[in-house]
Design a protein around this ligand. Structure first.
Ligand SMILES: *[C@@H]1O[C@H](CO)[C@@H](O)[C@H](O)[C@H]1NC(C)=O
Ligand SMILES: *[C@@H]1O[C@H](CO)[C@@H](O)[C@H](O)[C@H]1NC(C)=O
Ligand SMILES: *[C@@H]1O[C@H](CO)[C@@H](O)[C@H](O)[C@H]1NC(C)=O
Ligand SMILES: *[C@@H]1O[C@H](CO)[C@@H](O)[C@H](O)[C@H]1NC(C)=O
Ligand SMILES: *[C@@H]1O[C@H](CO)[C@@H](O)[C@H](O)[C@H]1NC(C)=O
Ligand SMILES: *[C@@H]1O[C@H](CO)[C@@H](O)[C@H](O)[C@H]1NC(C)=O
Ligand SMILES: *[C@@H]1O[C@H](CO)[C@@H](O)[C@H](O)[C@H]1NC(C)=O
Ligand SMILES: *[C@@H]1O[C@H](CO)[C@@H](O)[C@H](O)[C@H]1NC(C)=O
Ligand SMILES: *[C@@H]1O[C@H](CO)[C@@H](O)[C@H](O)[C@H]1NC(C)=O
Length: 273
């Protein structure tokens, strides 16, 4: 009995201290200027739990784990520590509108419970983190406006104001829970898979604006019955807009301007009716 209790206590302490170590490593990856933004992030007698640090939310159940890290527009500058992948209970990560640079660490793929990832408006560079497609619980993946460049080995979405270059990894389209997938304003290229209509069954918002995507707009898009927003503006799509898009039941916003699409009086605009 006491052994069980002891091991329970040790498990609790172990979990808590590894999350704390990961948070401190996250802070250590940031610059001095950011450290001021994280003034509350220190452990002392008047502040005895990292769960009370700015932007940190912990689970109420024991053992205590960090379930959300939300520091949008917090003047964070520096790199994103690979230790972020040690916060394995994380469900929300919101680091939007900061000045994070360098690569997005591969360890992000360890966040199997991550539901919402928002890292819009940063300065990430390097390869698109293929490992992100291992985050099987994702419902929101937003990586718009960053400066990612170089090949994307094989995964993921959403970089904003970045110069993202590379293709979206095929495994990205296997993320069956994803409702919001936006990678607008990067330098991604490649084409939309022709069988996309049979993938991404939950997708509502699909944002590819202002990239270098090419090829035809697949007619199977019309089978994405939950799609409300489709942003394809500012790419290099060619061919005709598939007439079947007119059959999208839930669509509210559909943009495909500034491409190399063809349309004349005879063909290409039937979807409007
Ligand atoms: C993160 O986890 C890895 C693997 O378990 C470990 O080696 C590393 O020390 C951890 N980092 C921190 C900052 O806790
Ligand atoms: C103790 O923690 C509080 C709140 O997190 C912080 O404002 C204060 O500077 C810390 N004190 C020391 C000595 O680190
Ligand atoms: C401890 O940190 C939390 C979170 O930043 C802060 O709200 C609180 O005022 C701090 N407590 C003390 C006693 O400094
Ligand atoms: C960010 O920096 C600006 C300018 O120095 C300052 O006005 C603002 O309060 C800072 N915001 C935060 C969340 O630290
Ligand atoms: C990245 O994903 C690969 C393949 O799933 C895996 O072997 C590797 O451990 C992952 N890397 C990290 C740092 O999570
Ligand atoms: C992240 O924070 C920003 C600013 O508060 C907010 O607008 C955005 O919706 C958040 N992202 C997510 C996925 O919750
Ligand atoms: C993005 O790429 C374009 C074209 O290569 C370049 O002119 C621009 O400076 C880059 N922007 C950033 C923020 O790196
Ligand atoms: C997508 O999932 C299917 C079924 O699990 C699998 O056969 C396929 O290899 C996956 N594709 C990619 C690119 O991961
Ligand atoms: C949509 O799905 C139906 C049934 O699975 C299929 O018969 C049809 O060919 C698909 N439409 C497109 C445009 O892919």
């Amino acid at each position: 009995m006491s052994l069980v209790l002891l091991s329970l206590i040790l498990t609790t302490i172990g979990a808590a201290s590894s999350d704390e170590a990961a948070l401190l490593a996250f802070k250590a990856g940031l610059s001095e200027r950011s450290s001021r933004a994280l003034a509350s992030w220190s452990w002392n007698s008047s502040n005895t739990s990292f769960c009370r640090w700015e932007g940190v939310t912990c689970s109420s159940r024991r053992p205590t784990h960090v379930v959300a890290l939300s520091l949008p527009s917090s003047n964070l500058t520096g790199t994103l520590s690979p230790a972020i992948g040690n916060l394995t209970s994380l469900r929300l990560l919101n680091l939007s509108s900061n000045e994070l640079y360098g690569e997005i660490p591969k360890s992000i793929g360890r966040l199997r419970h991550l539901q919402m990832l928002d890292m819009d408006h940063n300065s990430f560079s390097g390869a698109f983190p293929a490992n992100l497609t291992a985050c099987i619980s994702l419902t929101t993946l937003s990586l718009r406006y960053s400066q990612l460049s170089g090949r994307i080995p094989a995964s993921q979405g959403q970089f904003r104001q970045n110069n993202l270059s590379g293709e979206l990894p095929p495994s990205l389209y296997n993320l069956s829970s994803v409702k919001i997938l936006q990678v607008d304003n990067n330098m991604l290229h490649g084409s939309i898979p022709s069988d996309i209509g049979g993938m991404l069954p939950s997708i509502q918002v699909f944002g590819l604006n202002s990239n270098q995507f090419s090829g035809v707009i697949p007619s199977s898009l019309s089978n994405l019955s939950k799609l409300t927003d489709l942003y394809l503006t500012g790419n290099k799509f060619t061919g005709f807009v598939p007439p079947t898009l007119g059959g999208l039941q839930s669509i509210k916003r559909l943009y495909f301007g500034r491409n190399q699409l063809e349309a004349d009086n005879m063909k290409g605009w039937e979807f409007i009716t």
